[in-house]
Write a protein that binds this ligand. Structure first.
Ligand code: IMP
Ligand code: MG
Length: 181
């Protein structure tokens, strides 16, 4: 069954995403020259963005992954999450760039940043493709930001609804009728 029919509006098509990713990766290449850059992605939403961003960065780097699981209601207020998969290598003395698909309340990222900082990297910064800033509860500096987005439920290019739609090559709004289907 085709999935593009479940989308009511395309916010960012593949070309718009590619242009933004190129812009971000060229800035990152410039800013991190000569440093030991580690791109850290939070599975699974950040995967597409990481893959495209990394290919645009013109310097040696490493990539690592974390996977987290929320505790449900507690997460909504505190952002405390369970680490399901941890980084595969130490980040002591490295320059870490966390690559995120979208920042909403900021609770999850805030918690992750504190666990990463405790491992004494040289620096920890954030690169997010999308920023749903109207929903922010915990403020944090975003060194690189792609798009500001409105308070709508978005899918595609890594973002899911019930684990589906991540493979759409664009970011769009899910049709009302799809929820709870
Ligand atoms: P928060 O910033 O801790 O509230 O959570 C951010 C995470 O929630 C993102 O990494 C996504 O996995 C998910 N998320 C936030 N907004 C959306 C959306 O519009 N569609 C799909 N997932 C979203
Ligand atoms: Mg995410």
């Amino acid at each position: 069954m085709a999935i593009t029919g479940d989308i009511s509006e395309v916010l960012f098509d593949a070309d718009a995403i590619a242009a933004k990713v190129e812009y971000l990766s060229s800035h990152i290449s410039h800013d991190y020259q000569g440093k030991e850059l580690v791109l850290v992605s939070v599975l699974k939403g950040g995967l597409m963005f990481l893959a495209d961003l990394a290919r645009g960065i013109d310097m040696p780097l490493s990539m690592d992954f974390m996977a987290i699981s929320s505790y449900g209601a507690a997460t909504e207020q505190t952002g405390v999450v369970q680490v399901i998969k941890d980084l595969s290598a130490p980040i002591l003395g490295k320059d870490v760039l966390v690559v995120e698909d979208i920042i909403d309340t900021g609770l999850t990222l805030n918690y992750l940043l504190s666990t990463l900082r405790a491992r004494q990297p040289l620096s920890v910064s954030v690169c997010t493709l999308m920023d749903k800033s109207v929903r922010r509860i915990v403020d944090m500096p975003l060194k690189y930001k792609g798009f500001d987005v409105p308070d709508l439920f978005l899918v595609g290019y890594g973002l899911d609804y019930q684990q589906k739609y991540r493979n759409l090559p664009f970011v769009g709004v899910l049709k009302e009728g799809v929820f709870g289907r």
